[in-house]
Ligand binder design. Structure first.
Ligand code: NHF
Length: 477
């Protein structure tokens, strides 16, 4: 089975967020199911500079009603799989991976069309085209146009984060001759946006957890597309993301002060003490060390965490927040850390090395997201024995089992997106933390849970087969 992945980012070449991990790691797991994934990425100027010696394989035409643009095609092997790099003027004109909406739309539409043209011109025809997020969604509309004509090729679209629809991309779609979606279930404002347009052409829409697949069919999470998504319920599936257990392994993680495993949990303390020392805090093993490692975005509920901790003044805790993002959220975090220097720290960075040390040393990992399609931090937290305290939404609900008794549960969940609900949950968690035996049980159950890519890959591979069979049946064999 040959599958073309189209994505704006993928590890190890380009990484901004969780999408990169999925697009980079899922193909490896799919290979074990006999699925040959070739991945196309935009050839961003930054990547070009890093791969300066790479020679172009071909150039292809990207047709527009007002003329033709040229895309360059480079290819390289990563982990034994081919990655296509599609370059050209619209990508050079908007060099950051993500920038201004109009320019980004032009760049990503160009990229998607260029990738399809490259496959055709180099003689590699995928049996399934699998696009990720709004960036790649327009290519699904384009492959069905008369001029390209891949009508028998199944199209899958994975939505990693529904609110990002490519707003501002209306003119760019028209510029490439892409007509508005004609699905009557789509509201007018959505018909000429990249993500809904792609969804209207997809045979299957997937998202990254079963709960989120259900939530986006409701007004609270559907961003105005709930009626459309509900009308596609039979063609909408939630497939949980995974993590690579070799990449995330506290038993072999070179970043840690001390490595440990499920049967040597006591070594974690060394990692906790190392963190307390960095911030000049009392090196108490019994004081709960809480952490958040996240993009500082309203979605992630950093404000809820800070307000909840304010409400827990009477309780002993220490708190580390690592991540960057929205300047307003950063300012709030900075003010919080300044007011609680003796027990709170904010490090406004994406620091992979430090993040690993935090997963390994924190007692609890807070993920109070307002919505969460899947979430990767809680999966890493579970694997590292940093017990997750999460909002019961999306993938968080699907991956963290609520603490119920000495023998059951891997973390703590709360329902309402408000600081008091989180504070109550934290109070409960901190009480259980005082009981070392119960706490170690929680940690061990979380560390033993299997969130590798194997299960996801099996589901995607089944879906590819099903989508292919459906298309074949529809077009008469
Ligand atoms: O894990 C990758 C990621 C998700 O919940 C995450 C999100 C964006 O918000 O699928 O995409």
């Amino acid at each position: 089975m040959k599958v073309l992945f189209l994505a704006a980012e993928a590890t190890p070449l380009v990484k901004v967020g969780g999408l990169a991990d999925v697009a980079g790691e899922l193909p490896r797991a799919l290979a074990r199911h006999g699925v040959d994934v070739q991945l196309a990425l935009p050839f961003y100027p930054g990547l070009k500079a890093e791969l300066a010696g790479l020679r172009p394989l071909a150039t292809v035409e990207v047709p527009r009603p007002d003329g033709v643009q040229t895309a360059t095609v480079h290819a390289l092997e990563v982990d034994g799989r081919r990655v296509w790099l599609i370059g050209g003027e619209p990508i050079d004109a908007a060099p950051a991976v993500y920038g201004a909406p109009e320019q980004d739309a032009a760049k990503f539409i160009f990229f998607g069309i260029g990738a399809l043209q490259a496959c055709r011109s180099l003689g590699w025809e995928p049996e399934v085209v699998h696009a990720h997020d709004w960036h790649a969604a327009p290519s699904l509309a384009w492959m069905r146009t008369a001029s390209f004509g891949w009508d028998r090729t199944p199209a899958l679209l994975t939505v990693h984060n529904l609110p990002y629809m490519g707003t501002g991309g209306e003119a760019a779609l028209a510029g490439y001759g892409l007509r508005p979606a004609d699905d009557p279930q789509l509201p007018d404002w959505a018909r000429q946006l990249p993500l809904p347009l792609g969804m209207s052409h997809a045979d299957w829409i997937t998202t990254v957890s079963p709960s989120y697949a259900g939530e986006i069919q409701t007004p609270a999470f559907g961003c105005g597309l709930e009626a459309f998504l509900a009308s596609r319920a039979g063609r909408l599936r939630g497939i949980l993301n995974g993590i690579d257990p070799r990449v995330w392994n506290p038993g072999a993680d070179a970043a840690l002060e001390r490595r440990y495993a499920i049967d040597s949990l006591e070594y974690r303390l060394t990692n906790k003490t190392a963190l307390q020392r960095i911030f000049g805090w009392p090196e108490h093993g019994r004081t709960p060390l809480l952490a958040m490692i996240t993009r500082l975005d309203v979605q992630k509920g950093v404000d809820l965490a800070l307000d909840a901790l304010e409400a827990l003044q009477d309780v002993r805790w220490q708190f580390i927040l690592l991540g960057r993002g929205d300047p307003a959220v950063e300012a709030q975090a900075e003010a919080f850390a300044a007011a609680h220097r003796d027990r709170a720290a904010f490090i406004p960075q994406f620091d992979p090395f430090l993040s690993r040390r935090i997963y390994a040393g924190a007692d609890m990992l807070l993920v109070p997201s307002r919505y969460e399609p899947c979430g990767l931090a809680q999966l890493i937290g579970l694997r590292y024995g940093a017990v997750p305290v999460v909002r019961a939404t999306g993938g968080l609900r699907d991956t963290v089992e609520p603490y119920a008794s000495e023998a059951q549960g891997t973390g703590f969940l709360f329902d309402r997106a408000d600081p008091q609900a989180l504070a109550d949950s934290l109070r409960g968690a901190i009480q259980v933390h005082a009981d070392t035996r119960r706490w170690a049980g929680l940690q061990r159950r979380g560390m033993a849970a299997d969130f590798s890519w194997a299960a996801s890959a099996a589901e995607y591979s089944d879906l590819y087969l099903q989508a292919s069979a459906e298309r074949r049946a529809r077009s008469g064999g």
